[in-house]
Design a protein around this ligand. Structure first.
Ligand SMILES: *Cc1c(COP(=O)(O)O)cnc(C)c1O
Length: 375
């Protein structure tokens, strides 16, 4: 969970925890005061360190946290214990898998029960231990991934006694296409979810991921579960000025060299210079999560000026054409890899992926810095 910080790495990732808190507050402000805004910190806080993110958000008043697996949940519980935060609810999306019951209970974790088998497993364990155990019930309203399917939901509604011994804290579902505000599947899921909910009168409900937070209050219910928007990525096509970027990715300029027209750059000599050029070699490569497919596509920012990445991406370095940069810009010792003219969304588009995948595959080799309170 904590990051290596030798202080001498050639690339640096600086996480602005205040910006994450500001994004959480903004998302929280979209819903009614009675609606809780949870924080999704699965995948180690979308790659940024779940402990650091959760510490900042808990201090700001975030009342509950979600992770994917039991392993992530235990790590987060230990972190909370270490910093003296007790009884913070931690929800585990993958639920109670075989043999995980003891560890879930011992760490005061709340499994999201995704099918009848998980329900009976958690209930048997509750009966065995004589405790009333908390859980969330997850209904699948169109995702076909996790959650009770329609038949299981029907059966459960007819056999409510199955839930005896369990304290169902929330019923929940998950949006298929929340990021496409006009997709009719959103409204269809909302109808299905409201129908299911009506069978669980008095039980709080949760449907919205980040995109759902922005779809309007109909989608908010008693708890929202944003992830990516906390980390400053815009879930809908339209950008929201209130969401701030939360991290900065920079790498050291290792060398600036002259090259002649006709010289070839990098492995395979794939890029032939058409003019006398100046090339900067920068200390970040695919081992840092700067993906190989970005060669010839990405740009970096040096001293506020944009320069194209040329030739192949190496394991430890990239090459950038800085011929057109003025001397003043070239006095900079670092390049910004994600910048105004090349935001994370543009990098994701060049890679044929989404910002989520870039964030969660950022390399571990960088020096990671966490800033708060000083902005
Ligand atoms: C990951 C996840 C979220 C958060 O999604 P974002 O798009 O990152 O906001 C919410 N709910 C469930 C069930 C998830 O798996």
């Amino acid at each position: 969970m904590t990051k290596r910080q030798s202080g001498y790495a050639d690339s640096t990732i600086t996480v602005n925890l205040d910006a994450i808190v500001a994004n959480w507050r903004f998302l929280d402000s979209l819903s009614a005061p009675s609606t809780k805004t949870a924080a999704m910190v699965k995948a180690n806080g979308y790659g940024l360190d779940s402990g650091a993110v959760a510490t900042a958000l808990a201090a700001a008043g975030c009342p509950l946290f979600f992770v994917a697996s039991l392993g992530e949940a235990i790590q987060l519980r230990r972190h909370f214990n270490k910093i003296g935060i007790n009884d913070m609810p931690i929800m585990v999306l993958h639920g109670a898998q075989i043999g995980q019951e003891d560890a879930l209970a011992a760490n005061q974790l709340v499994p999201v029960l995704n099918d009848l088998e998980q329900i009976s497993r958690w209930r048997l364990f509750a009966n065995k231990t004589g405790a009333t155990l908390p859980a969330l019930l997850h209904f699948d309203t169109g995702m076909t991934r996790l959650g009770l399917d329609a038949d299981q939901a029907d059966w459960l509604i007819q056999n409510r006694g199955t839930l005896d011994g369990l304290d169902i804290a929330y019923v929940m579902s998950h949006l298929v296409s929340g990021e496409l505000a006009d997709d009719p599947v959103n409204a269809r899921q909302l109808v299905s979810f409201n129908e299911l909910r009506s069978w669980f009168a008095g039980v709080p409900a949760s449907l919205a991921n980040s995109a759902g937070c922005l779809l309007g209050t109909d989608y908010h219910f008693q708890m929202t579960r944003p992830g990516i928007a906390l980390y400053g990525v815009h879930p809908l096509e339209t950008r929201i000025p209130d969401l701030q970027p939360v991290f900065n990715w920079q790498a050291r300029i290792l060398q600036i060299r002259k090259a002649a027209a006709g010289d070839r750059v990098g492995y395979g000599g794939t890029f032939e210079l058409q003019r006398q050029s100046r090339i900067a070699t920068i200390g970040v490569g695919y081992a840092d999560g700067y993906r190989r497919q970005l060669g010839g596509k990405a740009t970096v920012s040096i001293g506020g000026k944009t320069a194209p990445v040329i030739g192949r991406i190496s394991m430890d370095s990239i090459t950038v054409d800085v011929t057109d940069l003025d001397q003043n810009s070239l006095r900079a010792d670092h390049a910004s890899l994600i910048h105004d003219a090349y935001p994370i969304e543009a990098m994701a588009a060049d890679l044929g992926t989404i910002s989520y995948e870039i964030m969660t595959t950022l390399g571990q080799r960088a020096d990671w810095h966490y800033q708060s309170g000083s902005f």
